[in-house]
Write a new protein. Structure first.
Length: 263
């Protein structure tokens, strides 16, 4: 599930040294990919239920963990960083902060939260704000407060760090920051700056109509009909297409991109 993307365009200036906090994150210029495993705390249960539960994931060190499997030998794994169940949102961001710093240095980077349903991806990326948005009586001030408290996730922390790095650049350095906000759900891309993702029933109903030849897949009799069908597909299902260029570049046509000058 991808929750955000940040792009920076600038002339290649002399970039100041990374702030000291990047030393305990990943080096921005190292390239390749890094894997960080965050272990979610066990849900609150009664003492009897907790005693019956078997520990599935055991943290062995800052880079090693053990997965206990039923009727099988435990599986030992080594990754770049393991964050135990007591790790906070700040600890999580420090583990990946170098990726954000690399953007200012002209290096493309992606922070991807991957895991099964209920594993804490949305909480890690946004914090408690995602849980209250759309609730009755929740206004913009409450959401803004949630995005600034100690439980804020990687997205607001990344923006804070990005603008901190940009403010440290020489005053004459031309620099512009753009932000988009999207979600990948059920193999579709949804533009969250346009509005919330449609309910599953709406997208499923559309998929049934499209697969049964209801006109959403277009017609070979004319380009106009195909274009209209594609537009209808995006309007009804709320999804956008991901296109890959010959050079490996990836784009999402129609995705809202907003210039951001300050937090």
């Amino acid at each position: 599930m991808a929750k955000g993307a940040t792009f920076v365009q600038k002339e290649p200036p002399a970039v100041p040294e990374a702030d000291e906090g990047d030393a305990d994150g990943f080096p921005a210029a190292s390239g390749g990919y890094k894997i960080v495993v965050r272990v979610r705390p066990a849900p609150a249960r009664s003492a009897a239920a907790a005693e019956e539960d078997q520990e599935v994931v055991e943290v062995l060190s800052s880079s090693r963990l053990r997965v206990h499997r039923q009727d099988q030998e435990p599986l030992d794994l080594q990754v770049d960083n393991v964050l135990g169940s007591d790790a906070g949102q700040g600890d999580t961001f420090r583990a990946v902060r170098g990726v954000v710093s690399g953007v200012v240095d002209g290096i493309n980077g992606t922070i991807l939260a991957y895991g099964q349903t209920g594993s804490g991806k949305t909480y890690t990326m946004t914090g408690e704000a995602a849980a209250i948005i759309g609730n009755v009586g929740v206004g913009a001030d409450m959401v803004r407060s949630a995005l600034q408290d100690s439980q804020r996730g990687l997205i607001p922390r990344a923006l804070e760090h990005l603008f901190k790095r940009l403010s440290a650049l020489p005053s004459k350095t031309p620099c512009r920051a753009y932000v988009s906000f999207m979600e990948i759900y059920a193999e579709r891309v949804f533009d969250l700056l346009v509005g919330p993702r449609p309910k599953p029933a709406e997208t499923e109903a559309f998929s049934i109509r499209a697969n049964s030849g209801g006109g959403a897949s277009g017609s070979s009799s004319g380009v106009g009909k195909q274009g209209q069908a594609a537009s209808t597909r995006r309007a009804l299902a709320g999804g956008l297409e991901v296109l890959e260029g010959r050079g490996g570049s990836v784009s999402v046509p129609g995705l809202t991109i907003v210039e951001v000058k300050t937090l």
